[in-house]
Structure formats: C-alpha cells, structure tokens
Design a protein around this ligand. Structure first.
Ligand SMILES: NC(=O)c1ccc[n+]([C@@H]2O[C@H](COP(=O)([O-])OP(=O)(O)OC[C@H]3O[C@@H](n4cnc5c(N)ncnc54)[C@H](OP(=O)(O)O)[C@@H]3O)[C@@H](O)[C@H]2O)c1
Length: 298
C-alpha cells in the first residue's frame, strides 16, 4: 500500500533503502546527510521503533521510515535485506514504482530479484565492500569500501559519490559479483562451521581448507565469467583474509545469533553452477551440508 499525505498524494522520495539493518542503515545515514532518503523496515512495529531514532556510527540517526504496507514512491531503490528475504523486499521495492532497484546483497540473487520485481522494473545486483554490523540496537560501520553497480545505475552511483560513498558503474558487473562470491565461498562457511574470526583461517589446518575451496571454485567461476586467473584468485582471497583478520564474517554472525544464514545464495548458488559443468567440488559440498544442518536449527 502507498503512503498518502494529507492531500491524498503518494509521498515521493528520490531514494529508498529497503532493509533497515546493518548495511541499510549505514548507507541511509550517509545518504541522508546530503538529501532525502526513505528507509523501508520489515514491519510497522519495526518502523515505529526506528522512528524514535537509531545509533549509527556513534550518532543518533532519525530515518524517514516506512512500513511495507505504507510505502512512498521512489526514484531509485537500494535493496539490502538478507538473501532469504529478497522476494518480499523486491515486491516492496517494485511497488514504489522506481526507475531502478539495486541489490547490494551478497551471493547470487539477481534472478530472484528480477522475478519478484517483474518485467516492468529495471533491477540488477551490484557489489559493495562496505562493512557494518549490528550490536544490540546500534549500527557499527566497519569499512567504507567501494560499491559497484550495473550499467543503467549511473545517477544512483553519482548520488552515492556525492554523499562520500565511493561508487561507480562497472561494465562487467557479473565478473565483479563472481569475484565477491569467490571470497564469500572461501571465508563464510568455514568461519561459521569452526566459529572463528577470519584471521584464524591463516594457519593450518584451516588454511588448507581455504586453498581447497579456492582450487575447487576457480574453474567453475571462471567458466561462469570470473576474470581472474588462478593465481590472482588465490591472491585476492588471501588479501581479503589478511585485511579482515579481526572480523567475524556475516555467516558466522548469523550462526552465533541463531539466525538463518545466506547459505543458499552463496554456496547453494555455487553448487548449482558446479552441477552445470559437472565439476567435483567436495569441500564446498561438505560445508554446505554442515551449514544446512546448523540452519535447520535456526
Ligand atoms: N553488513 C555488511 O557488512 C554487509 C556488507 C556487504 C553486503 N552485505 C549484504 O547485505 C545484505 C544485508 O546485510 P545486513 O548485514 O545489513 O543484514 P541485517 O543487519 O540482518 O539487515 C537486514 C534487514 O532487512 C530487514 N528485512 C527483512 N525482510 C524485509 C522486508 N521484506 N522489507 C524490509 N526489510 C526487511 C530485516 O528486518 P528484521 O531485522 O526486522 O527482520 C533487517 O533489519 C545481505 O545480503 C548481506 O550479505 C552486508
């Protein structure tokens, strides 16, 4: 349902963020400093709670917050919910009649996003290396990173840049998504099963598993369009492990909080690619089985 002001007009916002979590509120707080931004929460109760203000990066942020049953119209929508919530969030995004819907989620969600948005809405998945986590009701941004968007999202990339969030359109966004998937495949399930911070992957025996995961993943991802050779793929993964050594991956955070992980959009999506080529990927399959067991209890 659309939100109507006192004159009966649907409220209009140039930008809307669907998903008032760690990443969504971090982005919204930054964008709100340079222009109006709507934030769409998961429910009316959550919208009401957020309306009272939320601490983001140590400062109180009062978002212009909406519930899914009282939506404004919006020109551009950024979708940042967990992968399992993509379809419902994309339907809210499409209901705002935007020029474009950009997902900045992890994993491969573009097919689900487009199916839920429908034929008439331009939708695509970008990638971001921004980082943030929730600590109680506070949002703690941990890294600025860069955001890459598919062609067609140039005005949105400019809007991010104006707010000081490094962003650009990448003409080969699918290769960028696969490079991010490679990193997520190597770090997320392993840290979540062994319940370790990322830096602990640097020493044996976990370092051997990282190497096995990258060795198995690289040919499959290369066939799907990854533009890194085998050595560069390994280097990228180890560079991220080194630069995020103190972090808990999002999959580990989900497991520790008893939430369902994004397994299907990450390792699940990869296994579907591997099935197409017939590649043997036993280490990924074993981790998929283990995380699925953990998810079943969430
Ligand atoms: N956090 C990061 O550093 C980071 C970095 C890069 C990419 N990402 C990706 O970005 C996505 C979001 O991550 P996150 O860490 O921000 O997750 P998060 O903190 O769990 O936030 C997700 C938010 O989406 C809300 N939501 C769920 N369904 C919704 C719906 N239908 N409509 C509106 N809101 C809905 C949730 O509300 P409730 O809490 O009420 O359920 C929650 O507040 C994930 O795909 C993640 O992998 C995250």
């Amino acid at each position: 349902m659309s939100d109507r002001g006192s004159a009966g007009h649907v409220q209009h916002r140039p930008l809307a963020i669907v998903g008032a979590g760690a990443l969504g509120l971090s982005i919204a707080a930054r964008l709100a400093a340079t222009g109006p931004v709507a934030v769409v929460a998961s429910s009316a109760a959550r919208a009401q709670a957020l309306g009272a203000g939320v601490e983001v990066a140590g400062r109180l942020f009062h978002p212009a917050v909406y519930a899914p049953d009282r939506l404004p119209s919006a020109e551009w929508v950024v979708l940042v919910v967990k992968a399992g919530d993509t379809a419902a969030a994309a339907r809210s995004a499409a209901a705002m009649r935007p020029r474009g819907v950009l997902s900045l989620q992890n994993g491969l969600v573009e097919d689900c996003l487009r199916a839920a948005c429908g034929d008439k809405v331009f939708a695509g998945q970008g990638v971001t290396t921004m980082g943030a986590y929730r600590e109680g009701s506070r949002i703690v941004p941990v890294s600025e990173g860069e955001t890459l968007m598919p062609p067609g999202f140039e005005p949105l990339a400019r809007r991010f840049s104006e707010a000081g969030l490094p962003a650009r359109v990448d003409s080969n966004i699918s290769a960028a998504r696969l490079a991010k998937l490679l990193v997520n495949l190597a770090l997320n399930p392993l840290t979540a099963v062994f319940r370790v911070r990322t830096g602990e992957l640097q020493t044996p025996p976990l370092s051997l598993y990282v190497d096995a995961l990258v060795t198995e993943a690289w040919p499959v991802l290369r066939d799907a369009g990854l533009q890194l050779d085998a050595a560069a793929a390994r280097e990228k993964v180890w560079a991220v492990i080194g630069s995020t050594a103190g972090n808990r991956t999002s999959m580990l955070q989900d497991v520790l909080a008893g939430r369902r992980t994004e397994l299907d959009a990450i390792t699940g999506a990869f296994l579907r690619l591997a099935d197409r080529t017939g590649a043997a990927v036993p280490t990924h399959r074993a981790l998929h089985t283990l995380i699925a067991l953990i998810d079943a209890r969430a």
